[in-house]
Ligand binder design. Sequence first.
Ligand code: HEM
Length: 527
Amino acid sequence: MTGSFASPSADATVSPQLFAPGLLATVLDGFNVWKGLLTLFIAAVIYDQFKYHYYKGSIVGPAYKFPFMGPFLQSVNPKFHEYKAKWDSGDLSCVSVFHKFVVIASTRDMSRKIFNSPGYVKPCVVDAAHKLLGKTNWVFLDGKDHVDYRKGLNGLFTRQALSLYLPRAEEVFNDYFKRFLEKSTANNFQPTPWMPEFRELMCALSCRTFVGYYMPDETIQKIADDYYLITAALELVNFPIILPYTKTWYGKKAADMVLEEFSKCAAKSKARMAAGGDISCIMDAWVKAQLDSAKYREKIAKGIQVDSSEKPSQVLRDFTDFEIAQTVFTFLFASQDATSAASTWLFQLMADRPDILDKVREENLSIRNGDPTVPLSMDLLDNLPYTRAVVKETLRYRPPVIMVPYLVKKDFPISEKVTVSKGSMIIPSVWPACHDEEAYPNADSFDPDRWITGTAEQQSKNWLVFGTGPHYCLGQTYAQLSLMGMIGKASMEMDWEHTSTPKSEDIKVFATIFPQDDCLLNFRPRA
Ligand code: HEM
């Protein structure tokens, strides 16, 4: 072929080859396939764009969607300031990632409306949660099924039940505070990121409270280590299928391991409780409730007269080891990241505000008549108003769960102008309600006194830290009491220093929120 020919088919030496029988057909076929594919692709891009605009309507959001995946790469590594920009952009804002249209509500009232509209929405946690927890998990139940299942769990979180698990918390705190001191001594009291230590402590606290000593220390350690993989898989929106060696794949493997370990614990708890053992953990309490229900049902079936006082408050069916494991896993799933975030901020804030820490210490010593070895009890925790205020203020100032994803199950008229389409994700936000200047004057300052002498306690509509409506947090009392018990004991037993960096107050989003520098601390025993 020479350079003087504009088209190969005009080249005398090429033309005969092109017109050879069969070759033309092949080229044309190929051309049609590619052309067809290109046409399809362009049509799909236009459809994707059109669908986005149709769903978006008057909601604030990007003018165009990056074809198909939208801001997926951004959502893989979410930044707090990006969420904040969304909240500041309007009462409702939106984004579309792959197949999901996501609406974010920023105001308190819009958020409350979503939490309280079970007829239109149901929790979807995050995309990966269905894969990790199992589609049949109780947290995805809806309506009456959810209410009924939850009734059967309420008894595990009453004050009386919680008091039975307190000794487990005490043991975990003793063990981990000793480790904190050993680690700091080994580090020559150099500041070290303590966020991973708090995650481990919280994992141990959860496992011991949920399954007592049915689980050996090594397994708790393994769960604490592998839990990172589960958290890492919890992006708001994931690639729709689990591809090998991706974050969701590793997360699923870790979740399966945890489920297997909890199943083993359930078998042990059943055997021990059937032999008349005492309740030592949440799993025991649930197994005992099932055994009591079975006895009651048996008597009724045999026609035996049963006094109404003997009827369990909830008559439960029997649950398999795996079902028990699945449910206990939801407790770990719900608590691990949130309590790790809360404890990290709590220790950081206390170190930064020694005046407040002193008051916590004083209150905790005084209620124990000066003897720091007096163990935790419900009575004792009831009489720590300042420590309670510190915990509540920490949760308000740095709410661990900043947003709660819900799924729209039928077209949802959220305002006069906007109806969010079925199948969309809709997200009530917690942070803005907790930082509302009207409800909490000077909202960006940490001030526990607002819960004692101020009006914070009256702002129940803004207190969305544990959600509201039919799915409000089942563990909220337990979580707050644990944090109070932990910081009270720590204040009496240890001194700790926070090394502030320019990133200490900046927020990192890792399912929940943490200081960006992972909280540099060192601990010393109190003389
Ligand atoms: C500081 C710690 C915690 C925070 C900030 C927190 C926050 C939340 C939030 C915002 C929700 C969603 C509520 C809604 O949709 O209305 C929730 C649900 C839930 N939380 Fe917590 N949580 C914490 C600790 C715990 C703990 C320790 C447990 C278990 C022992 C727990 C168990 C649950 C469960 C089971 C649900 C789902 C309830 C349902 O769907 O009916 N949480 N939590």
